[in-house]
Design a protein around this ligand. Structure first.
Ligand SMILES: Nc1ncnc2c1ncn2[C@@H]1O[C@H](COP(=O)(O)OP(=O)(O)OP(=O)(O)O)[C@@H](O)[C@H]1O
Ligand SMILES: [Mg+2]
Length: 247
């Protein structure tokens, strides 16, 4: 479903990606971790079709997305809500760009407000929402694009630990009801282990894969899982791989 082959990219003298290849199967949830500045957001921008790499291929469902935006639902690292649009207007931006008539997009958004924890806030401005609500609204907008592949760049990065845990439970539920293929970037190895089917650990720049860890804990994964011995072991494996990728 998501295939990256021999991806290479540099910004000036800085080699960011050097012959990177990876694959996420249809309906799978891939977690991507790696040191700050290693090229995670660069990879997502290439998959979103917004940045053309120097070399290599990026495919969704077998078709190249290089230089072709609009094949995936991309949530950038900052939530980028439009300050001049209310909740409903922000939720429908992506769908409108994808050609869905505004009325229909709004009807779809209204049906999902409850599930995204935004009931009663459809007319609120972004500035009137909490951090968690803003992130859920940005995710709602991403879901409403209607694409099967979601590219999420640190969607919960700005949230406190408790809100984050709530969002992990919530996202599992949302995806159980409406399955998608996901590639999620995170700095938090626990988040990756709670959400992903496979965790990919990248090295420092230029990013290469240090480890691909299949995660086999049962769904739904509750917060208590983090204290189990299997979880602690998996976490140690990922932290060790991150360390290896630095040297
Ligand atoms: N538009 C750009 N122009 C020049 N350099 C860039 C540009 N975008 C990214 N870079 C550089 O490419 C490298 C990788 O950046 P990227 O944003 O992909 O890292 P990241 O892994 O997402 O980091 P973080 O975890 O901090 O978000 C960094 O050294 C960054 O400075
Ligand atoms: Mg980034």
């Amino acid at each position: 479903m998501i295939t990256v082959e021999g991806l290479t990219h540099r910004f000036g003298d800085v080699a960011v990606l050097d012959n990177l290849s990876l694959h996420i199967g249809a309906g799978q949830f891939g977690g991507l971790v790696g040191p700050s500045g290693c090229g995670k957001s660069t990879l997502l921008k290439i998959l979103a079709g917004l940045l053309v790499p120097d070399g290599g291929e990026a495919r969704i469902d077998g078709s190249s997305v290089v230089g072709r935006p609009g094949r995936t639902a991309y949530m950038p690292q900052r939530d980028l809500l439009l300050a001049w649009r209310r909740t409903l207007g922000n939720a429908t931006v992506g769908a409108e760009i994808a050609g869905v008539p505004r009325q229909e997009a709004q009807a779809r958004a209204r049906r999902l407000l409850g599930r995204f924890g935004l009931d009663g806030f459809e007319h609120a401005w972004p500035a009137e929402l909490s951090g968690g609500m803003r992130q859920r609204l940005a995710l709602l907008r991403t879901f409403l694009c209607g694409h099967d592949v979601l590219l999420l760049d640190e969607p919960f990065g700005a949230l406190d630990a408790i809100t984050r845990r709530d969002m992990h439970a919530w996202l599992q539920q949302v995806l159980a009801d409406d399955p998608r293929t996901v590639l999620l970037v995170t700095h938090d190895v626990e988040e990756a282990l709670l959400l992903a089917d496979t965790v990919i650990v990248l090295s420092e720049r230029p990013a290469r894969i240090v480890k691909e860890l299949p995660v086999e804990f049962e769904w739904p994964r509750r917060t208590g899982l983090v204290t189990s011995s299997g979880f602690i072991q998996a976490k140690a494996t990922l932290l060790e791989a991150l360390e290896t990728g630095r040297s």
